[in-house]
Design a protein around this ligand. Structure first.
Ligand SMILES: Cc1cc2nc3c(=O)[nH]c(=O)nc-3n(C[C@H](O)[C@H](O)[C@H](O)COP(=O)(O)OP(=O)(O)OC[C@H]3O[C@@H](n4cnc5c(N)ncnc54)[C@H](O)[C@@H]3O)c2cc1C
Length: 441
């Protein structure tokens, strides 16, 4: 249960943030914050994970929301795992290999920037794509129990197992003929871990614009790895019920998207849309400071390098109102980030953090001017919003970007995970694994 003062603050914030999120409170939301991230890391069994991770019912870490928002870092997770079994580090090897996908995709984002939002490679098929998601999908009512089950989890729980993400992405792109960017946007809004790098690159991997071929599954694959949860009782005509060569022909032989044109089209669900803004007038007077730390949404940790380097500096978080108005987060994700801020403030009470709503460049500029700050600090991150904000602030302030600890050094263009892993596995694991070449799932 949240203490009353925190609850009152949360309610006030949610009121101010109206228009930046979709839906409302519901039970069972994931608690955010570094404290919770560290607790989960301590209690996770990475050994069992290596054997069963592809099965929907088997335990996975669910650390991605915390990693996405910087509440814990991939380096901290890696070091924790390596310290777990010093005499037999191979026991956590599979987990670390999966974790490396996150680092790989961040390197892809760092390399391409906003270019990651467009096809990185030529599509490997000539099938047309539509630009909006059919209404039955956004309503979670496709009539396919498996896809509707996954959509229910996405909308209500804000989480999907990696295998389910692959299945749904393959369904939307290949079976419904929708552009991968539309699915990526839906995921970014509803997943707790909605992330520019892992999300866009994974959708491109499924579509085949960042892979040697498109990814798709058949009924057998869904039934096996979901433990028959949908297929055992399913009575509908299943579009996935065929062998791979048959599906391959069905999906990619024609030049038209297989099902996409049949449905009504609509954008993503968007409720409660009203403008939101918190300016300095709402905050009141602040003591002067020569340095300001910008805590962005991938740096929500009191252990963040920019905060640690400036323990006495003023600090600010800005809800990016223009971005959130254009692409609102689901309520649960907003609540998760607010938890993260509360946890950060609780561990760094003096000086207090200023939280604002608006355009980050405008708000940070106004705040720095008011404080008399000449330097703005932030921690390094490849998210384009972070890079572009830092660039814009440079016109008036000294901007200091604090490097994050390095997970793996790979200075060349990241094109395929297998190549990256072959090179970096010894750095990540501390030894060369027997087989560095394995597949995404
Ligand atoms: C279409 C699609 C969209 C995706 N969108 C996102 C997204 O928006 N945000 C996001 O964080 N991840 C995304 N992923 C990657 C992956 O599905 C999730 O990181 C993972 O399922 C999160 O659950 P977990 O923390 O329990 O992972 P675990 O299986 O416990 O893995 C541990 C950590 O390793 C990393 N990891 C594992 N598998 C992958 C992977 N395939 N790609 C990248 N990192 C991985 C994650 O940081 C994860 O937290 C996407 C995958 C697909 C196929």
């Amino acid at each position: 249960m949240m203490p009353n003062d925190l609850l009152a603050r949360r309610t006030a914030w949610l009121d101010r943030l109206r228009g930046c999120y979709l839906g409302g409170p519901k039970p069972g939301t994931l608690p955010g914050g570094r404290t919770e991230a560290l607790r989960r890391l301590q209690s996770f069994d990475a050994v069992a994970y290596g054997r069963t991770r592809n099965f929907l019912d088997a335990p996975v870490s669910r650390l991605s929301p915390y990693l996405r928002h910087g509440m814990v870092t991939a380096v901290e997770v890696r070091d924790h795992m390596k310290a777990e079994f010093p005499s037999d580090p191979t026991r956590t090897e599979e987990f670390l290999r999966q974790l490396a996908w996150r680092d790989f995709f961040e390197k892809v984002l760092a390399w391409h920037g906003r270019g990651l939002d467009e096809d990185l490679e030529e599509p490997k098929h000539a099938v047309a794509r539509v630009t909006r998601i059919p209404l039955d999908v956004t309503n979670g009512q496709t009539g396919l129990p498996c896809m509707d089950g996954m959509l229910g989890e996405l909308f209500d729980d804000g989480y999907l197992h990696n295998h389910a993400r692959l299945w749904f992405a393959a369904y939307l792109c290949h079976f419904r003929g929708v552009r991968w960017q539309e699915g990526a946007r839906l995921f970014r809004q509803y997943l707790y871990d909605g992330d520019h790098a892992s999300n866009a690159a994974s959708w491109q991997w499924v579509e085949g614009t960042f892979a040697a071929k498109p990814y798709f599954m058949n009924k057998q694959n869904i039934a096996t790895f979901s433990g028959g949860r949908w297929c055992d009782t399913c009575r509908v005509k299943c579009p996935f019920d065929a062998d791979y060569p048959t599906l391959q022909h069905r999906l990619f032989a024609g030049s038209q998207a297989p099902l996409g044109a049949k449905s009504a089209e609509a954008g993503v669900r968007n409720e409660d849309h009203q403008p939101a803004s918190v300016t300095l007038d709402d905050i009141g007077p602040l003591p002067p400071a020569s340095d300001l730390v910008w805590v962005h949404d991938a740096a929500l940790s009191w252990n963040d390098p920019a905060l640690r380097a400036n323990p006495d500096a003023a600090a600010a978080f800005v809800f990016d109102e223009p971005a959130l108005s254009a692409e609102p987060w689901a309520y649960h994700r907003m609540a998760f980030v607010l938890d993260g801020l509360d946890d950060l403030i609780a561990h760094r009470p003096d000086p207090a953090m200023t939280t604002l709503v608006g355009d980050p460049v405008e708000r940070l500029t106004a705040l720095a001017r008011q404080l008399g700050a000449t330097a703005i600090h932030l921690s390094e991150h490849p998210n384009p919003g972070v890079v572009e904000t830092a660039e814009a602030l440079r016109t008036e302030f000294r901007v200091v970007v604090h490097p994050r600890p390095i997970f793996a050094d790979y200075p060349v263009e990241p094109t395929r995970f297998s190549r990256y892993w072959e090179k970096v596995a010894p750095q990540v694991l501390g030894y060369r694994p027997k087989s560095a070449k394995r597949m995404h799932t």
